[in-house]
Design a protein. Structure first.
Length: 394
């Protein structure tokens, strides 16, 4: 364990960072970030200050909140290396963000969308919804949950030019598999195929570069690895893709000059703000901005390194418990912060989850698997405690 301890200390999880998350001082081990992340004291402080000002201060903080939203947009742009903050729109959740793309594209009978059989439903239903236009949705079968560039290119080439869009999770929610987005994006770009990425299990855990990865659109909710509140998400899309989308919904914020109230024949806003429609979830955006500042200060590359150490430890130790028939064991470059184990006896899952909770350890139970998802502030000592608790339970 000594090597793991040394590597972990070289990454992050400092005492100062852990102090931002009060539950760590209460004896709780929270490694369920693939489900929902905790709010740091900085996030809570920013939201509390906003709510206090709305309650007993200025009350009408709309224009200040607009400026804070612009600041948060810039932070999101920095996180994913977008061309400009103008390429970012705030929406309510990942599903809302993903729906904007298929709902606004022009479809022809026979057009094809390529997905795979390991996607979370948020990255499936928006595309199934356009089958009414004669669109074929191909669900690629995966082998051990893996989606390779070769699989994607074969699906594109074998369609005879019918594939119009490929949508893929940056990290698969159950296994933790992390596909080669850069190579897949380059393939899609070469074939003129729109490449959409669901980043909710990746952003905040590993670096994302939408330009280097040739990503045309990316959707991400804030409540998981970004450790913000529920009800806030963002959409990134290129200017070229935006030009191809016929807006399915509109509101007063969508136009070029929203404060010119009676000029109804205005053009749409040139930026992605056109998709925001109306007044935003400012508490959510302010909280997201506070969390992004922390995550960017840590540096996503250091978080990636740290999570590699923690997940490597889990991958090494979980098989020694003899209660798992399979562990998601991908190489470091093909995983982010998720490790899951399929139980030999799935009927024990709920009880094991409850017994871990009694020990103040929080993980997830999904599809016959215990799912472990630590973050930047978790430590190797906590992972050791999780393993020893499982050993006692088993």
């Amino acid at each position: 364990m000594q090597d793991f301890e040394t590597e972990s200390r070289l990454a992050c999880a400092s005492e100062a960072l852990r102090a931002l998350f009060p539950h760590t001082a209460q004896g709780k081990i929270y490694i369920d970030h693939a489900s929902i992340g905790p709010l740091s004291v900085k996030v809570r402080g920013a939201i509390d200050a906003h709510l206090q000002n709305r309650s007993e201060g200025d009350v009408n903080t709309f224009f200040r909140d607009i400026e804070l939203a612009r600041e948060c947009r810039s932070l999101v742009s920095q996180l994913i290396n977008a061309e400009s903050p103008e390429r970012i729109a705030f929406v309510m959740n990942t599903s809302d963000a993903l729906n904007i793309i298929p709902a606004g594209l022009s479809w022809q009978t026979g057009d094809r969308i390529v997905l795979n059989d390991q996607e979370f439903p948020s990255n499936v239903y928006p595309y199934l919804n356009v089958r009414r236009f004669g669109v074929d949705v191909e669900i690629m079968p995966t082998h051990d949950g893996v989606v390779t560039p070769e699989m994607v290119e074969k699906a594109i080439v074998s369609s005879g030019g019918r594939v119009k869009l490929v949508s893929l999770s940056a990290v698969q929610f159950l296994s933790g598999y992390r596909p080669d987005l850069a190579t897949i994006g380059a393939i899609c770009r070469r074939h003129g195929v729109i490449f959409v990425v669901d980043a909710i299990q990746a952003a905040g855990a590993v670096p994302i570069d939408v330009q280097a990865m040739c990503i045309d659109a990316l959707a991400c909710g804030g409540q998981k690895w970004l450790m913000a509140t529920t009800g806030i998400a963002f959409l990134y899309l290129t200017e070229e893709l935006q030009s191809r989308i016929e807006q399915a919904t509109m509101g007063w914020i969508s136009v070029a000059k929203p404060w010119d109230f009676f000029k109804y024949d205005q053009p749409l806003n040139k930026s992605a703000v056109r998709y925001e429609n109306g007044t935003l979830n400012f508490p959510g955006i302010i909280g997201l901005g506070a969390s992004l500042k922390t995550l960017l200060e840590i540096d996503p590359r250091r978080t990636e390194q740290h999570l590699s150490v923690l997940t490597e430890y889990l991958i090494a130790e979980l098989p020694t418990l003899d209660v798992f028939e399979e562990i998601s064991t991908f190489p470091s470059a093909q995983r982010a912060g998720i490790v899951s184990g399929r139980l030999r006896d799935a009927s024990r899952g709920e009880r094991m989850l409850a017994e871990l909770a009694e020990r103040r350890i929080t993980v997830s139970w999904r599809e016959g698997r215990l799912r472990f998802a630590p973050h930047c502030y978790n430590t190797i000592d906590e992972m050791h405690s999780v393993i020893e608790s499982l050993r006692e339970i088993a």
